[in-house]
Design a protein around this ligand. Structure first.
Ligand code: SAH
Length: 257
């Protein structure tokens, strides 16, 4: 069956099946798992998952892939195909509730999807996702680096990294122009990121400004309120967002409340 890959949907299909074993190990797959896969594409990973876990919920936007996907799944009955945009679907409606997100993600939606699932898909305990190398590096970047940003803070508040594996373009067809990486993490029982998220996103919205100016500009609070809150957490009034560690954003959000 020939399928013309669609660039706009980030269609880069896995062709090197060796990588499947790496994904399986990094995701610690078990027979009782309920897996959420976003973007099953032609079903190479879906089939691998279906043979090893209890249930796979596979959400795919491109319905033209249906014949090829059904063909790849060859009657496996533990896969539920959902033809929708994963960013629009209410993941809370999936039954049974997914416990792991395992996917070669469409790169254009990878970051919002990871942040959204960390914040709202509370049944998920573990993630093993293939993303652009640059995006993977952002998730667990440390303060005062170029890669450190709002996403780093939110991911690190909600999760703990359990694995990383660099992946070359050669395992995909068509080959992406960028390097990729598998990154695995598990939910860390920390503060709900919903309370901190607006502060984090506003603080990083203008990277060259001080955190106080960026937050004031977002209209959340006045500059003097932020400066007081920064003083309360032991930071200078002219501190920048990229200097603050994830835990400091929690303190800052508390001080601003
Ligand atoms: N998992 C497959 C394909 C990965 S390519 C493999 O490894 O071979 C990414 C897939 O995500 C494509 O099939 C694309 O159609 C799908 N996709 C893109 N945007 C999507 C969205 N918003 N929601 C669900 N699927 C999406």
């Amino acid at each position: 069956m020939t399928v013309q890959p669609k660039k706009a949907l980030g269609q880069h299909f896995l062709v090197d099946e060796n990588i499947l074993g790496v994904i399986g190990r990094m995701a610690s797959l078990e027979g009782t798992d309920v897996v959420l896969e976003v973007g099953p594409g032609l079903g190479v990973l879906t089939r691998y998952l279906a043979d090893r876990v209890g249930v796979v919920h596979a959400i795919e936007l491109d319905r033209s892939l249906e014949p090829a996907l059904l063909d790849a799944l060859a009657g496996r009955t533990n896969v539920e195909l959902i033809w929708e945009d994963a960013l629009r679907l209410d993941l809370g409606t999936l039954q049974p509730s997914p416990t792991k997100l395992v996917a070669n993600l469409p790169y254009n939606v990878a970051t919002p999807l990871v942040v959204e699932t960390l914040e709202h898909a509370t049944s998920l305990e573990r993630w093993c996702v293939m993303v652009q190398r640059e995006v993977a590096d952002r998730f667990f970047a440390v303060p005062r680096t170029k890669a450190y940003g709002a996403v780093s803070v939110l991911v690190q508040l909600a999760a703990r990294k359990t694995g990383f594996h660099a992946v070359p373009p050669t395992v995909f067809r068509p080959r992406p122009r960028v390097e990729s990486a598998l990154v695995a993490f598990e939910r860390a029982p920390v503060a709900a990121i919903s309370d901190v998220r607006p502060v984090v996103e506003a603080a990083f919205a203008h990277r060259r400004k001080t955190a106080a100016n960026a937050l004031a500009q977002a209209g959340l609070v006045s500059r003097s309120q932020v400066e007081e809150a920064l003083a309360a957490i032991g930071r200078a009034a002219n501190a920048r967002a990229e200097e603050l560690a994830p835990a400091e954003f929690v303190q800052l959000a508390e001080a601003l409340r």
